[in-house]
Design a protein around this ligand. Structure first.
Ligand code: PHE
Length: 458
């Protein structure tokens, strides 16, 4: 059987946007924005996307579409088998690795959707939310059951193939995600006192901006756009020859940023409505599973039908966002094993699923029975998270940009990005300049920042 392609341009963009829009948009971006100068941060973030997000995304698209192969195969082809082929393998490994802990959080969103729908947060005292979350994640069984369900859904989609699985699900889930986001944002904005929340999110405050803010914006842009883990390269290998690469990259980035900003419209008006200090809400899991359930109950009326609807919609939104990202990560690994080891899609997907069932369970149990298994004070989940976020992603991103800027044949790049001369590419020189100089240096700085090299500035 020949290799499948996406059936339409829209499907291709929605699938790639599904990869990009994930937990990072909802549980990190709004908080980072609020605490780092509001609109000032958003402006810096958008600049980061333009200056180095788009060039890398376009390059990943280009390498995937040119080769029509999985990420490892793609880099082997474009590097003519030289040492650069390892960049593709690194991408596959990184994606696979991230998936192992990403699915754990995906499973948590399912549990919280369930708790919301059953009105389990009714009349829970504010202090209790931390215990609810703590008891849940340390339970040996319940998170694992949700984990298996979450992975089961991913497996189902992946085994159905590129068009009837990934594309069809993206066409269903991305509009759903958008509608839920819009609904929640409108509800939250219409709460009394919401304007203070919007002000916190949007009022530009340049006094809060320093060099570390810029580094933070870069790190966030990188993660949020799903760069350097093979997802975009793999999806682009299913693009047809007419898909405009640079324009698709712009579209995906715009969707991703829009959803991230709208997530801020959901969170802060509610937080301000109940008079909570936005600096106390936390970030990541603490924000999502401890602060927000309480905020939603209080803002919309404890145990009220509105609170049930709002909270359910919010956790379902997180679930959908996590699912589409997890599917893209799974596809990186599935495409790799099927093509490199000549397996059927079903066998390849089953192999990948089995590995994440095992490693995902270990990550999940690391908050309970396996919490003693630590290295450098980090449990298994945190090790996966740290290793991928701090090391693998920046290193992979830097290598991709260096490869695309310095090694990849310039004529090939130009031919491919202009779809064989059909499209005008006035940005071409800028793009290459960024790939050669700006991006590698920028990522190098982010890397050093994450290693703590600039702590003295903070
Ligand atoms: N971009 C996703 C987010 O914002 C994260 C992600 C990472 C998705 C890796 C796919 C691959 O949450």
């Amino acid at each position: 059987m020949g290799r499948e392609n996406f059936g339409s341009k829209l499907g291709a963009i929605l699938a790639a946007a599904g990869s990009a829009v994930g937990l990072g948009n909802i549980w990190r971006f709004p908080i980072e924005t609020g605490q780092n100068g509001g609109a000032a941060f958003i402006i810096i973030y958008v600049c980061c996307i333009i200056v180095f997000g788009l060039p890398i995304m376009t390059s990943e698209f280009l390498i995937g579409r040119y080769t029509h192969a999985n990420t490892a195969g793609a880099f082997r082809i474009v590097s003519n088998g030289s040492i650069w082929k390892w960049v593709g393998r690194l991408g596959v490994f990184t994606g696979w690795f991230i998936l192992c802990y990403y699915v754990v959080v995906g499973a948590w969103t399912l549990h919280y959707t369930y708790l919301s729908v059953t009105n389990a947060f009714n009349e829970v005292p504010a202090k209790q939310y931390e215990n609810i979350f703590g008891d849940f994640v340390s339970n040996p069984w319940i998170p694992t059951l949700w984990l298996f369900l979450f992975i089961g859904v991913i497996h189902f989609v992946i085994t159905r193939g590129v068009q009837s699985g990934i594309e069809k699900s993206a066409k269903l889930m991305m509009p759903t995600l958008f509608i839920i986001t819009l609904f929640l944002a409108v509800c939250s904005i219409s709460l009394p006192g919401a304007s203070k929340g919007l002000e916190f999110l949007l009022k530009p405050d340049w006094s809060k901006v320093d060099s570390t803010t810029v580094l933070e914006a870069m790190g966030q842009a990188f993660y949020s756009l799903s760069l350097a883990m093979g997802c975009l390269c793999t999806y682009a290998s299913y693009f047809d020859k007419k898909t405009p690469l640079a324009k698709s990259a712009v579209n995906v980035s715009m969707i991703d940023t829009l959803i991230a900003i709208m997530a801020g419209f959901i969170i802060f008006p509610s937080v301000f409505n109940i008079g909570m200090d936005p600096n106390d809400v936390g970030v990541g899991a603490g924000l999502t599973f401890v602060s927000l359930p309480n905020v939603f109950q209080q803002a919309l009326g404890d145990g009220s039908i509105l609170a049930v609807i709002f909270s359910t919609a919010f956790y379902f939104l997180l679930f959908v966002a996590a699912l589409t990202s997890a599917i893209s990560l799974h596809e990186v690994a599935t495409a790799y094993v099927t093509e490199e080891f000549n397996m059927s899609r079903k066998k390849g997907a089953t192999l990948v699923t089995s590995t994440i069932l095992v490693l995902g369970t270990l990550c999940s149990l690391s908050f309970g029975p396996l919490s003693h298994a630590t290295l450098f004070d980090r449990n298994i989940f945190e090790m996966f998270d740290d290793l991928s976020g701090r090391f693998l992603l920046p290193i992979g991103g830097m290598l991709i940009s260096i490869f695309a800027g310095w090694v990849l044949d310039r004529k090939l790049y130009r031919d491919e990005i202009s779809n064989g001369g059909d499209l005008k590419t006035p940005y071409f020189k800028m793009l290459i300049f960024s790939l050669r100089y700006i991006t590698p240096i920028a990522i190098g700085l982010v890397f050093l920042d994450q290693m703590g090299a600039f702590n003295f500035l903070k």
